[in-house]
Structure formats: structure tokens, C-alpha cells
Write a protein that binds this ligand. Structure first.
Ligand code: ADP
Ligand code: MG
Length: 279
């Protein structure tokens, strides 16, 4: 067990989402998550940070039950949504409970228009056309660019518009919580900011809860309430986003603004880092 600065955050039955000590194995042998615990409170934005390969996507897949498609499985620990265990639900049952994942790489249907893409997100809705149309208008209100491009084939829209389309499609299911995987990937900083501003707006005004996987630590910590840093399948640090932004190790290793110039976390022995965090 790693020594976490806020171990009391483990096992939180009152949390909206409670991930408790999960282990994930791919192909029966590849151990990727080694006891990950995190909680997401309703109405918050929680960032899951860490370098490429740290286990961010795997964590999101474990929550949204998309592991099976990747020959992966949760082999230890538990995942609860409002106290209900969800490990054995299908992705569709999870959507029914208001949890939806936006996958890495902005998966839009290239040959469909933006509006057709958005409408595919409403397939689980049972509250009728009027309600779905109202959601579509709401999505357009948050993403005016999508409204402008509503009749364009997704293949011919920009990366930023495709990311917005992927988020917009998830919103069409009327979710309580969106698991958002690397929304900044491959986008220009200005567009990333635009996307994050909309995420924040959705969070504030619609009370959509976000669990956000990001390598862009700087951007994610500007918008998140709380953050977890993953390294090699373990949470090595967690805290309020404001505290993480000010933390010397985070500055040094993830924000590249530490006093001694940019270094990799790997350059420093982990015991030394642990000691510093516990101090
Ligand atoms: N389908 C898979 N089969 C086997 N190993 C995988 C699979 N998906 C991811 N991994 C491995 O799991 C580790 C964590 O990957 P991932 O969760 O994608 O990290 P991140 O999203 O933080 O970049 C990596 O070492 C990766 O190679
Ligand atoms: Mg990933």
C-alpha cells in the first residue's frame, strides 16, 4: 500500500462515484492498475493525471465497463455509484444510470453530419422527441460551433469541432457524469481552452459531473476541483487542484515550472518523492 496524504478519501460510500482499490488485468496476465482508489463527488470536476501509459484510460474503462472489449477485467476492489456496485453492469445500463464515457481520440462517425452524430447519442432516451430536441438545442447553445457546422460531414470538420461533437453526443444521453478521456489531445492550446471553458460551464450550470483523464496537467488543474496523479497504475498523489498546482513536485514534474528546470518523475527515486509528499 502506498502512503497517501489523504488516505481517508478511500472507501467513501457517500461519494457519487467511489472506486476502491481496483486492480485491472489485461489478457489475464498484464497487471495495469495496482489498487487504484478515487472518489468523485456529485457536481465536481475531478482530474486523473499522469504520463502516457500511467493507467488513466484503463481507470475510465473500468468505471464505464468498457474493459471487456479490450480483454481486460477488474480483478480486485470495487466500484460504486451512489453506493450501488456497478462492476457487473453493461455500458448501456450505466448510461441508464447517467454515466457515459467520451473515448480518447474523439470518435465521431466520419460519414455522418455533426447533427446526425449528436442524434446517435440519444438512442437510449425514452423521454420522447420533444425532450431530445430540447437537449439538442441545449448542446448547440453550449457549442455554437456545432450549430454552425450541423450539416457538415464530421470528416470535414476540425479536430476541435470533432472533440466538441464527441462531448455533445455524450450530452445527448442526458448524463449525470461524463468520463472524458484526453479532450486536449492533438488540439491547439486556444481550442483546448475553449473546450475546457465549455466543460466548466456545463459543470456549473447543468451540474454535470466530470471525471477527466488528461496529460495536460496545467490545463486540467485550472479547471478541476480535485486531482489524482497516476504513475504505473498507482495513485501517487491526490489533492485539491489548487493545492496540486502549488505543490513543488507537481510543478517540477508535471508543470515544468519548478526551479531546477524540467525533469521526469522517473529521474527521482520514488522514496524521495514519497518522503517529500508526506512531509
Ligand atoms: N488492451 C490492452 N491490452 C494490454 N495492455 C494494455 C491495453 N490497454 C492498455 N494497456 C497497457 O496498460 C497500461 C496503461 O495504459 P492506459 O490505461 O491506456 O494509460 P494512459 O491512458 O494513462 O495513457 C499501458 O502500459 C498500456 O500499454
Ligand atoms: Mg489514455
Amino acid at each position: 500500500m502506498s502512503a497517501l496524504p489523504s488516505a481517508e478519501r478511500r472507501a467513501s460510500p457517500d461519494a457519487f462515484l467511489d472506486v476502491n482499490g481496483i486492480e485491472v488485468i489485461y489478457n489475464h496476465v498484464i497487471l495495469v492498475l495496482k489498487g487504484v482508489s478515487l472518489r468523485v463527488d456529485e457536481g465536481s470536476i475531478v482530474a486523473l493525471l499522469g504520463a502516457n501509459g500511467a493507467g488513466k484510460t484503463t481507470t475510465l474503462r473500468a468505471v464505464s465497463n468498457l474493459l471487456h472489449a479490450e480483454r481486460g477485467a477488474v480483478t480486485k476492489g470495487s466500484i460504486a455509484l451512489r453506493g450501488e456496485r456497478i462492476e457487473n453492469l453493461t455500458p448501456a445500463e450505466l448510461v441508464d444510470r447517467g454515466v457515459i464515457q467520451v473515448m480518447e481520440g474523439r470518435h465521431c462517425f466520419a460519414h455522418l453530419t455533426i447533427e446526425e452524430n449528436l442524434m446517435t447519442g440519444a438512442y437510449t432516451r425514452r423521454d420522447g422527441k420533444g425532450a431530445v430536441d430540447a437537449t439538442l438545442e441545449k448542446v448547440y447553445a453550449y457549442f455554437p460551433r456545432l450549430k454552425t457546422r450541423r450539416t457538415s460531414q464530421a470528416a470535414y470538420t476540425s479536430g476541435g469541432e470533432q472533440q466538441m461533437c464527441a462531448i455533445g453526443r455524450a450530452l445527448m444521453a442526458n448524463p449525470k457524469m461524463v468520463l472524458l478521456d484526453e479532450p486536449s489531445m492533438g488540439l491547439a492550446p486556444q481550442i483546448v481552452e475553449e473546450v475546457f471553458e465549455i466543460v466548466k460551464d456545463l459543470n456549473t450550470k447543468e451540474r454535470v459531473t466530470f471525471l477527466l483523464a488528461e496529460q495536460n496537467t496545467n490545463m486540467a488543474l485550472r479547471y478541476a476541483d480535485f486531482g489524482y496523479i497516476l504513475e504505473s497504475g498507482r495513485v501517487v498523489m491526490d489533492g485539491a487542484a489548487s493545492a496540486l498546482r502549488e505543490n513543488e513536485d507537481v510543478k517540477e514534474f508535471y508543470l515544468g515550472t519548478g526551479g531546477e528546470g524540467r525533469k521526469s518523475f522517473r529521474d527521482v527515486k520514488s522514496y524521495k518523492r514519497r518522503k517529500r509528499w508526506l512531509a
